[in-house]
Structures are given as C-alpha cells and as structure tokens.
Ligand binder design. Structure first.
Ligand code: MOS
Length: 753
C-alpha cells in the first residue's frame, strides 16, 4: 500500500525520459549490427487466390540485390505462426495461397534499402484471382458461433426471454463499430543476426519471451539459441503483442545470406502484416421496471475475422457483469472473410462491446425519463451479477459523482436539443468505463551494493507507459533508496521472464515481483543481523528491521550502516533471483512463463472475487445546427484503479485513452473496399486521427481507492480503461445535442445530415 513516507503513489518523471528525448534510447531498428543487408516486403495486391507465377528477372537485375525469398525457394522452412488466440491464422510464403490483401508474398534483400525497394517493385507476379469477401454482408462471408474452450462459457443468468417479454420498458437496438488500426509511430521492424546456431532478433514487442518461443518454434530451433531484444517500443497498443509472420522470414533471409538483415516495413504494409481491431456488430436488448431497475439484458455480438482464424474478443464477459440484472443472455458470433487476422487493440473486448451497452443504457434512460447517471446508480452493484462473487472493489458511482461535479452535469437540461449556443447545439453525454484487473507471474534479478545502489533486471516491456519508472519506484520505495539510485534493465529475453505487456497487467505483475525481490534482500540482511552478536539488533524479530539508504534500521531508532550489514551475507553486492506467482494462478503457469506463455490471474475468472477498475467519462459536444460539424470541447474522466504507482505517467495513460476514445468516436475507421477486400486509407494522411484542435479541455480525476483483495499491493492497472467509455459518451452527447441516435461509429457529418 502507498504510505506517506514511500515513493509509491508520488508523481515521478520518467527515469528514461532524457534517454528518449536525446535519442540515446535504442528502439529495435536503432540497434547497431555489423554490415546489415536491407529487406523490403513484396505484398499481395489481391485478397484471395493464388500466386500463378513469379518472374524475378527485372528485380534480380537491380544493382545490389542479394536475394529474393518466395514460397518457391523457402517453403517448408518454417512452421506457420499462430493467431492471437493460439489457433490457425493466415500464413505467408509457405505456399502459393493468398489469404488477404497485403499478404507477404516475397522478401527482397539488397545492399541498400533503396535497392531492395526498387527490386521489390520490379518483381513480376501473376495471380489467379478469386472474388474476395470483404466483411459483413459480403457474398462468401461465413458466419458461425464462436467456439469456446472447455473452461469458458458465454455469461448467462436466469431466464432472459421470459423477463424481457414481461418487461414494462424495453430497448431493442443494433450497433456497429468499424475496422481500426493502431498505427504506432514506430513501424513494424525486425533485425536478425546469426552467430553460428544462435539467433538474435531485435524487434519491437510486448512479449520478449513469447517472441523468443514463437520464433524458435517456427524455425525448429532450441529456444536457448534464440534471444530477443526490445529495450524501448515506440507505441504498440496490442499490435506488437504477438508473433507475426515477418520475423521468421527475416531470420531465414539472414541465415541464407550469412549476414545481419534489417527490415523496416512501410506504414501501409503495417495495415496488413500486423493485426487490427475488427469491425463488430451488436444486438442489445434491455428490459427494465418503470423505476429503472434492469430485469433483462441480452447482448449478441458479431466480429469479423480471417478465413482460418476463430479469433474474437468476446466483450460480453464484461457487459454481462456491468449492472445488477437477474436475467442475462449473451452470444458471440464470428464472420470469416478474406482478411488478415485481427488481434488485440487497446481494451480489445471492452471498447466495442461497451459502446453497445452504454449506448443502450443511454437509450433506456430516455425511455424511463431518468438522468443517465441516476440510471447507472439504480443498477450499481457490489456483486458480480453472473457469478455472485463480490467485486474486489467497485467505486463506479464515486467516479460518476466526482466527474459530474467537476463537469457541471447539474446544468444539463435533460431534453434533447434544448441546449444551444448560437448556431451550436450543445450535448452532455456520459458512459461507464471499466477494465478487468489482471496479474501474471513474473521473475526478476535484483542486486544491491553496500553503498546503496540497486540494479533490477527483468524482461519487461517499455511500450511508452513508463515501465522503467514504475519498477524503479517500487524498488526505491521498498529499499528506502532515492529513485536515481535504482537502475532498471528491461527488454531482453536473456533476463528473467514477465508476461506479455497486455491486458493492463504490466504494472501489477512487475511491481509485485520487484517488491518480492526487495523483501528477499531485506529478509537476508535482517536474518543475519539478528543472529550476529556485533549488532544492535541481536535477538530481535527480523520482521521488525527495514532496509534504507542509511542502513539497516530497527525499532527505537537502532541503526547499522548498510555496508556493515551487507558484509555479513556477501563479499560485495547482494544479488537475489525471485519468482512471483500470484494467488489463484493455474498450476504450471510459472513454468509456462519461461516457455513464452502468458497465463494470468484474470479479473473476470477468479474464484474469490471479480476484479475490475472502473471509471466515468463525461463529454460535452457541440454540433453545428447547419453543417452538422461535431466538436468535443470538453471531457472529464474519473477513474478508480486501486494503487496508482506513478500518478504522473498514469495521468498520461488516462489522457491518452480519452483522446483515443474521441478519435474512435468521431474520426477513425479503416475503409475496406467491398469489391476488392483491400484497405483504402492505409496511411496517416487518410486514416483520420485527432490533432490538437480536435481535443479541447481534457480533465482526469484519479479517485483514491484501496483494494486489498485485487492483489497484495492493490494495483488494478490502467493502460486500457481510458478509452473504454468514450465511444458511447460521445454518441450519447450527440443524441442529447441533436435528438439523433447514431448507432454506428464513427460519428461523422454525413451520418447527421
Ligand atoms: Mo493490450 S490491447 O492488451 O496490448
């Protein structure tokens, strides 16, 4: 728990900030390697069919071309990668089959990037084209219910059909969200270097050990011979959370050439060689009593995926648990199309599914003539409505109340279209935000010198969230050191493993293992001190001793210099290697961590409690009465997420989440050409994202919350929750401003005209 004397919960600037702004921080493609050759990808211009023939003549004639890899010369060298759900996915280069637009069909390697690029454009490839299915409603798209593993069930409770039929007030509506792409500023890169049988892969990743294990498996290598390095990641958001097909191809290219090979894929290639947020559809049915109590809730979702993959996000696990309701039914369907396989993108299930639920709740508030915040209060609960377990803590209404006070929600006239400033129609909208609290096993190595300097090493990930700093804060807090006396080394699979930096588990998983390592050092020093007779601590309970920069400290101000206490247990620095397995972890999960698996204790699947962070997001929109231009001048978000390790970087996460939420609601969509199943706006000029002028005032309130049930340090995680309520809050505000209910994102002018 944070306390007044400790560093946990105090704002701290990033310890890696200077390295980042001076260029000293090495992103994967910045790593110097001797005499690299450069790769350029050739990608398919068709979405379905086969490669009929490849003519390399013109490409081979480009000066400096070293090699061209295609299915004709490398098929059989790899085991295809798996989809994010560990099932089948689209594969590249193993055969002549084209699964989707932008599939890698060849890799050119040359002395220079420019040479590789020119040769790539000179390869002549003929295709046999099949008519592709682009998305929902396309001829040839195949719908089926998602398949669930043996341990997983669709959330269901009571008797929805009877309750809905009898409900005095009902909402029955359909919603939709578009394809979206993460577009991290750092592109998708891979650099491979061989040293005899040993392969080093420099690639930006959220999963050091997952990448290591995955590459080893694909290439049939002993994992001990594969090292992955990714010290800084320039944005990921889920897009760098799993192995994709390019990595093995660059490794093979480097092996064939006996020389390091470097790939920096282009922005447009990133749309098809990595993953994305698939388009979704939703059918929501809500039944309520006239005083606003929910009696029936049904949520059915549909998600697009690739031909072979069953990947889905299945956000009904969240929406079924949001409000007290005795009768709940849910179902999730997938629709196979000729597309690349989708994957994780910030709050993958919650962002699209909560748009549907929170829009429907807003519709219900008007049907009941109730304030939308009051409707949420009436249906608030401290008990998971599906499992009957308590929430570990749930401060949802505190978030609404603090956000509403700051926002001035009381000034809202409930009648749609009633608030106006000249030509601008004003709307106030709100929605619930939430994200399950997950924690994984982790390992770390910590050393402390007799002069009070600590070094902690673990294969954790800095994806922009501030991981170096939260880990340093934890160690400094627990060992009583100054922040600058803690060195943090991350991003290398030669270090002890941590899970994928996804599912907002990073802060909790790494803080707990760091704290455990500190405790091990303290316990060793304390045990030796109380057993010795040359100390003021002889015979004391070792639990009463603390490590600080000034030395070992005991009750009544007793103290011994650190170097003296340490000399008793070590000839120099004291090093410990610890593993932390959080309570509730499945057997074998810790061993699996070393194999690149990411079994975590999930907030929605615990035996004792259901664990979520909650928040409230309130938005003011202004819609021009004549042009229907939508502006969002004001956002107030409040979040309660347990212990906040570093409020400064947490603020950035929350603010970034809310900004992305505005983007998702008003701007973003990857357009899919229905005839060719190709992405049309695959660049940052045409893929709309907000600029400063699109984001007015954006306030974040961090509601204090102590939760000793979620995990020992009370950390819920904050990486994803910031985006979750925004889609609905904006749509609800647009309805309040105009009386127009937009159920399909993004909300652009043409939908309001
Ligand atoms: Mo996050 S979308 O779980 O990387």
């Amino acid at each position: 728990m944070a306390d007044d004397t400790g560093l946990i919960g105090k704002p701290a600037v990033r310890i890696d900030g200077v390295a980042k702004v001076t260029g000293e921080a090495r992103y994967a493609s910045d790593e110097p390697v001797p005499n690299p050759a450069f790769a350029f990808l050739v990608t398919s211009p068709i979405a379905s069919g086969r490669v009929r023939s490849i003519d390399q003549t013109a490409a081979r004639a480009v000066p400096g071309v070293l090699d061209i890899l295609t299915h004709e010369n490398v098929a059989g060298e790899i085991t295809p990668p798996k989809a994010p759900d560990q099932g089948k996915t689209t594969t590249t280069l193993e055969s002549d089959k084209v699964w989707h637009d932008g599939q890698i069909v060849a890799v050119v390697v040359a002395e220079t990037f420019e040479g590789a690029r020119e040769a790539a454009h000179r390869i002549n490839i003929a295709y046999d084209v099949q008519p592709p299915a682009a998305s929902f409603d396309s001829p040839g798209a195949q719908e089926e219910p998602r398949k669930l593993g043996p341990e997983k069930k669709d959330p269901v409770k009571g008797d929805f059909a009877t309750a809905f039929a009898a409900a005095p007030v009902k909402i029955d509506a359909r919603y939709a969200t578009p394809t979206q792409h993460h577009n991290p500023i750092e592109l998708f890169t891979t650099t491979c270097v061989w040293d005899g049988p040993k392969l080093t892969v420099y690639e930006p990743t959220q999963t050091m050990y997952g990448l290591k294990a995955g590459v080893a498996k694909q290439l049939g290598l002993d994992p001990a011979n594969v090292r992955t390095v990714s010290r800084y990641v320039g944005g990921a958001f889920g897009s760098k959370g799993m192995l994709t097909s390019r990595t093995a191809w660059i490794a093979i290219a480097a092996r064939r050439l006996k020389r390091p090979v470097k790939l920096v894929a282009t922005r447009d290639q990133g749309f098809t060689i990595a993953t994305y947020r698939a388009e979704t559809r939703h059918h929501l049915q809500l039944g309520a009593t006239p005083d606003g109590r929910l009696t029936a809730l049904r949520h059915e979702g549909w998600e697009v995926t690739s031909r072979p993959s069953g990947y889905n996000v299945g956000g009904t696990d969240t929406t079924a648990r949001m409000y007290a309701c005795p009768n709940v039914a849910t179902k999730v369907n997938i629709v196979h199309a000729d597309r690349n396989t989708p994957g994780f993108m910030r709050a993958p299930p919650d962002t699209p599914y909560m748009f549907a639920l929170e829009s429907a709740m807003d519709e219900l508030s008007y049907a009941l003539n109730l304030d939308p915040i009051e409707l949420r209060r009436i249906n608030d609960t401290q008990t998971d409505p599906i499992d009957g377990k308590p929430f570990s803590s749930r401060s949802l209404m505190k978030c609404f109340d603090q956000a509403a006070a700051r926002f001035g929600w009381a000034k809202r006239n409930p009648k749609p279209g009633s608030m106006r400033d000249g030509d601008w129609l004003i709307g106030y909208g709100c929605a619930t935000a939430c994200y399950p609290s997950n924690i994984g096993p982790a390992a770390a190595r910590l050393s402390l010198t007799p002069r009070g300097k600590a070094v902690i090493q673990l294969a954790a990930h800095e994806i922009g969230t501030g991981a170096y700093t939260t880990i340093a804060i934890t160690v400094a807090d627990r060992l009583g050191l100054k922040l600058e006396d803690v060195k943090v080394v991350l991003g290398d699979s030669d270090l002890p493993p941590v899970p994928v930096a996804g599912g907002s588990n990073n802060a909790a998983s790494t803080a707990h293992v760091a704290a455990k390592a500190c405790e091990e050092i303290r316990a060793k020093l304390a045990a030796a001190a109380v057993a010795a007779n040359d100390t003021p601590f002889a015979g004391l309970d070792p639990a009463t001793l603390k490590v600080t920069a000034a030395g070992l400290v005991g009750p009544g101000g007793k103290r011994e210099p650190l170097d003296k206490a340490m000399a008793r247990v070590s000839g120099g620095p004291l090093e410990v290697h610890v593993e932390n397995a959080p309570e509730g972890l499945k057997p074998g999960a810790l061993a699996g961590l070393y194999q690149g698996q990411a079994d975590m204790v999930r907030g929605t699947a615990r035996k004792d409690v259901t664990a979520f962070a909650f928040g409230a997001q309130l938005v003011e929109v202004r819609v021009h009465a004549r042009t229907c231009e939508v502006r969002a001048p004001r956002v107030v978000s409040a979040f309660a997420a347990g212990t906040i390790v570093n409020p400064l970087t947490a603020y950035s996460q929350f603010m970034g989440g809310a900004t992305w939420g505005l983007s998702s609601a008003l701007h973003e969509a990857t357009e899919v050409d229905p005839r060719t199943a190709r992405y049309v706006n695959d660049n940052l000029a045409d893929y709309l994202v907000p600029v400063n002028a699109d984001v007015g005032s954006l306030e974040v309130i961090m509601v204090p919350e102590e939760d000793n049930r979620v995990n020992p340090m009370g950390i819920k995680g904050i990486g994803e929750i910031g985006i979750v309520g925004m889609n609905a809050a904006v749509a609800n505000a647009v309805y309040h401003a105009t009386g127009r209910r937009i159920r399909e994102l993004p909300i652009r002018i043409e939908k309001l005209l």
